[in-house]
Ligand binder design. Sequence first.
Ligand SMILES: Cc1ncc(C[n+]2csc(CCO)c2C)c(N)n1
Length: 219
Amino acid sequence: MTTFTTQIHTAAEPCWQKSFDHPFVHEIGDGSLPNDVFRYYLIQDRYYLNEFGKLHEKIAEKLTDKEDVDFLMAGAQGLKDGEIAVREGFFDRLGITPDEIAHTPMAPTAYNYVNHMYSELDRGTPGRAIAGLLPCYWLYNEIGQRLIAAGSPVELYERWIETYDSDDYTDSVNTMIQLTNKTADNADDTERAQMQDSFVRSSAYELAFWQMAMDKQAW
Ligand SMILES: Cc1ncc(C[n+]2csc(CCO)c2C)c(N)n1
């Protein structure tokens, strides 16, 4: 039987392919991504990661199964200790200061992406929000796996790639996939369709996020 996540992955496939083919992703790999574009991405992504962690906590508040709550709370903590902590090192290297962050507004795509996920939770259901979180985990893992063999000649880009190919990280992707399938099993057809829409929209925002950085999108 096809799992729910296989089904939604298929629905989002054309969009994911555009992320794999996106110049930002290629240029991380061949090292030609301009430093200022990467800087812009990191600052916007910091906003994204903070909200992404908070979303884990807000979704966990609405769930009852202890295993699921523990996974989401561990995910929120893992973000603080892992990805967000790693990025602090990137900020130091690139001279990104708290003051620069404070003076950089969240760009439209980052803002819309985060608001989409909050809306799936607040105006939808925890299941729809969980489906909205999944592309973030899963797409970056597939990108990491595609880029890791060749790596990148730029050390910082190489470290970025390695973040998304580690075994621990791949484990968390698989747990998130399982959580999504379990939630879908307990949902009716209407909610499952909404979960798919939420997943496809987050996938579209992931694609837009690369372009936002290339364009240094502003309001
Ligand atoms: C726009 C955007 N999308 C996805 C990720 C990757 N990511 C963010 S949080 C998380 C969960 C585990 O750390 C993962 C994989 C990113 N950095 N920025």
